[in-house]
Design a protein around this ligand. Structure first.
Ligand SMILES: O=C(O)CCC(=O)C(=O)O
Ligand SMILES: [Fe+2]
Length: 323
């Protein structure tokens, strides 16, 4: 059992005003307190969840030489392969014991947004695996749609129009990220874990962990609690960008992955960041005379860029000096 709230999305997906209000209140409460919640009855088919794990395992089983072909321009595009220890979520600690593969919104290489050099617009990179691309894109579309519906509940809870976020999430800098964590060796570098303590950068993360467990969440009092896998459910959490948008009404909560179970661990994360040109500015309903906006407006792209630069800086610097 988990200490995190479990939210049934059926009333929201039924599309009734009462259902929207109910789920808005549930999500709002979780988002203000712990910043994490499970969602059940989310409407995403079990077959797709099985297929995405199969695709992930097939990819990470490829030889390193093949995976390394997909690292091109990673820092510029946030797409492709990140090798083992290629990322540092907690800059004070050793790099993460994991490898990852990212895709973003799927654009044709001739898309005008790429040709114009818009930030975070790029073509995805694909490994040579049968029906792999189709599975990833089907899963991307399903969790993106879920994220948009969840934002209707979020907007409702925040006292704004239920479609407030819709035109800020219709061409987003969303990232679908496959993650693979080897079992932590008994004698790992001191302090080295699967994913170092961090908060997520975007609006909302929709995570599908496998049954190995290992996700841990830090409560406001500093105590770490486990977020065990709940079969068929996603773990959702609020990211820094939505925290900023809500004037810190919602909380983006630190979390980490510790894979001490002695097994390979796989998880599928979907980070829903806003459109690059969306203005991330304090919602009117989240400011009052005695609580004015804490942060100036910023574009979605500038905000994400700042966050990613800080996360990769150390790794980039150390790989530049060691090779
Ligand atoms: O793999 C997980 O369970 C969580 C990963 C995570 O927190 C992240 O990549 O931001
Ligand atoms: Fe995270």
């Amino acid at each position: 059992m988990s200490d995190l709230p479990i939210i049934d999305l059926k009333p929201l997906l039924d599309g009734t005003p009462a259902g929207l209000e109910k789920v808005a209140a549930d999500i709002g409460k979780a988002a203000r307190n712990i910043g994490f919640f499970y969602v059940q009855n989310h409407g995403i088919e079990e077959n797709l969840m099985i297929a995405i794990f199969a695709a992930s395992k097939a990819f990470f089983a490829l030889p390193d030489s093949e995976k390394m072909l997909l690292t091109k321009d990673f820092f510029k595009t946030n797409r492709g392969y990140v090798p083992m220890k290629g990322e540092h979520l907690d800059p004070g600690k050793p790099s993460d014991l994991k490898e990852a593969f990212n895709i973003g919104l799927d654009l044709d290489p001739t898309d005008p947004r790429i040709l114009k050099g818009e930030p975070f617009r790029a073509a995805n990179q694909w490994p040579n695996l049968p029906s792999w691309k189709e599975t990833l894109l089907a899963y991307f579309d399903a969790v993106w749609a879920l994220g948009r519906v969840l934002h209707q509940a979020i907007a409702t809870d925040l006292g704004t129009d239920k479609n407030y976020f819709e035109n800020k999430l219709d061409a987003p800098m969303a990232t679908l990220r496959l993650l693979h964590y080897p079992p932590q060796p008994a004698r790992a570098e001191t302090g080295q874990i699967g994913a170092g303590t961090h908060t997520d950068y975007g609006n909302l993360t929709i995570l599908l962990p496998d049954d190995v467990g290992g996700l841990e969440v830090q409560q406001r009092d500093g105590k770490w609690i486990k977020a065990p896998t709940l079969e068929g459910a996603f773990v959702c959490n609020i990211g820094d960008c939505l925290m900023r948008w809500t004037n810190d009404t919602y909380v983006s909560t630190p979390h980490r992955v510790v894979n001490t179970g002695g097994r390979e661990r796989y998880s599928i994360a979907f980070f829903l960041d806003p459109n690059p040109d969306a203005e991330v500015a304090c919602l009117k309903s989240c400011q009052r005379e005695d609580r004015p906006a804490l942060y100036p407006p910023i574009s979605g792209a500038d905000y994400l860029k700042r966050k990613l630069d800080a996360s990769y800086e150390q790794v980039r610097d150390s790989s530049a000096s060691s090779t």
